[in-house]
Design a protein around this ligand. Structure first.
Ligand code: IFM
Length: 444
């Protein structure tokens, strides 16, 4: 690992932080917001580790001025947040709910006033329940509904949003939400979940068109990507790695960037899917990569209905939540993407990177999180070496500004640069907040 002092970033590099609506906003029944699949999922016994939900979360809906002030003080140049679809269209269809638009109007105005560029994700998994009830992402029609929603947002906010991201991490939603049921909507369809992936891709393409028609200039995407590491060099493990790589990485990036699906995915996609590829491959201005860790894989054990076994990544330090810390996986991923997609790959932004911890207030009222400073330092070094090797990376967003609701893990893992006391809602900047502040100031 090189020393961070050797890692210098360009002057106009876009330093930011990321959050998402359901994880921080709370106020789930306020101002006409409709029910989302996550409200339903959290209310289902046994789905969330600590039995919690995003009903209050960080109460950002009411406390956003304080959160914007924290970002201003931090010195970030951009803020990536998501809009809650059920605030704008409570049932996912029809006219916009004025109160929902008003909230994001207020947020955008405060960001602009603070000199922070808004990076807007249209959708971070909080599908209106009414849309799920008519098939959710398994239904082709949801892509058309999503395009209507995108048109509403484009028209309302194009004057202030700097960069647009239609869907966050469709891979994760298809696999965790529809294939194995760990996330909302909790379906366990295994490979039969893949039509959801295609419909999300189509929704992405249609939304790009709707946003462009509204005058949006910078439109991209944000996908979670992981290098796939076979457990051994055996042919069987490598073959399993090829399938998992297609599922985790290729299923989204290939159609979006190359206009084709990996061949191994064809049998699971809806009939006629190829006709949608030109829409899905709409030209993008940037590609957002969310990176956390590599994924290990081996040949399937007897009785496994899937063509692979997931395997742990061994021999690396672990975060307090047990995830391997592999900064070199980031440079490996970026170089692989550059080689695979070549000229089809637009400039990259690291739209998420960070680690969970069990961060607590100390006796002096601070929050020491040296583990996060180390994690971020090592990943920025890896990013810097990928840039030096010629990958066009234009910005970096820490996940996350605030500790927040970590989906099925509830409030256990804390990912924030700012500690949140969930009972008093007091925000306390952690040591990593000060570190990132100085990093941004000095560009190195
Ligand atoms: O909290 C999530 C986020 O919603 C999507 N990307 C990964 C983060 C950390 O697990």
């Amino acid at each position: 690992m090189t020393d961070l002092r050797t890692s210098t970033f360009p002057k106009d590099f876009l330093w930011g932080v990321s959050t998402s609506a359901y994880q921080i906003e709370g106020a789930v029944t306020t101002d006409g917001r409709g029910q989302s699949v996550w409200d339903t999922f959290c209310a289902t016994e046994g789905k969330i580790a600590d039995g919690s939900s995003g009903a209050l979360a960080c109460d950002h809906y009411h406390r956003y001025p304080e959160d914007v002030a924290l970002m201003r003080e931090l010195g970030v140049r951009a803020y990536r947040f998501s809009i809650a679809w059920p605030r704008i269209q409570p049932d996912g269809v029809g006219a916009a709910n004025r109160h929902g638009l008003d909230f994001y109007d207020r947020l955008l105005d405060s960001l602009c006033e603070a000199g922070i560029a808004p990076v807007c994700t249209l959708y971070h998994w909080d599908t209106p329940q009414a849309i799920e009830d008519t098939g959710g992402w398994l239904a082709r029609d949801t892509a058309a509904r999503f395009a209507d929603y995108a048109a509403i947002l484009g028209e309302a906010f194009v004057d202030r949003v700097r960069m647009w991201i239609p869907l966050n991490e469709p891979t994760v939603e298809t696999l965790y939400g529809y294939a194995i049921g760990e996330y909302a909507p909790g379906r366990t369809l295994l490979f039969d979940a893949l039509p959801a992936a295609h419909h999300q891709n189509l929704a992405h393409g249609l939304a790009v068109g709707a946003l462009r028609s509204a005058g949006a200039e910078q439109v991209g995407t944000a996908n979670n990507h992981s290098p796939i590491w076979p457990r051994t060099a055996s042919a069987a493990d490598r073959e399993a790695a090829t399938v998992l790589d297609a599922l985790i990485n290729g299923l989204y990036a290939d159609p979006v960037l190359l206009g084709s699906y990996p061949e191994s995915m064809w049998p699971y996609l809806p009939e006629g899917h190829a006709e949608d590829l030109p829409t899905i491959a709409a030209k993008l201005d940037f590609y957002g990569v969310n990176y956390y860790e590599p994924q290990g894989v081996g040949a399937p054990s007897p009785g496994n209905p899937l063509p692979f076994d997931l395997a742990p990544i061994e021999g690396w330090p672990l975060t307090t939540n047990g995830s391997p810390i592999v900064p070199s996986g980031l440079s490996e991923l970026l170089l692989t993407m550059r080689d695979r997609y070549g000229a089809a790959l637009p400039p990259i932004y690291l739209t998420e990177n960070g680690c969970g911890g069990d961060d607590r207030l100390d006796a002096a009222g601070g929050v020491p999180d040296a583990h996060r400073i180390e994690f971020l330092t090592a990943h920025l070094d890896a990013l810097s070496s990928a840039i030096t090797a010629g990958v066009d990376v234009r910005g970096y967003f820490v996940w996350s500004l605030l500790d927040n609701f970590e989906w099925s893990k509830g409030y256990g893992p804390r990912f924030g640069l700012v500690h949140v006391d969930y009972s008093s809602q007091v925000r306390t900047p952690k040591d990593s907040y000060r570190w990132y502040q100085s990093m941004i100031r000095n560009g190195r």
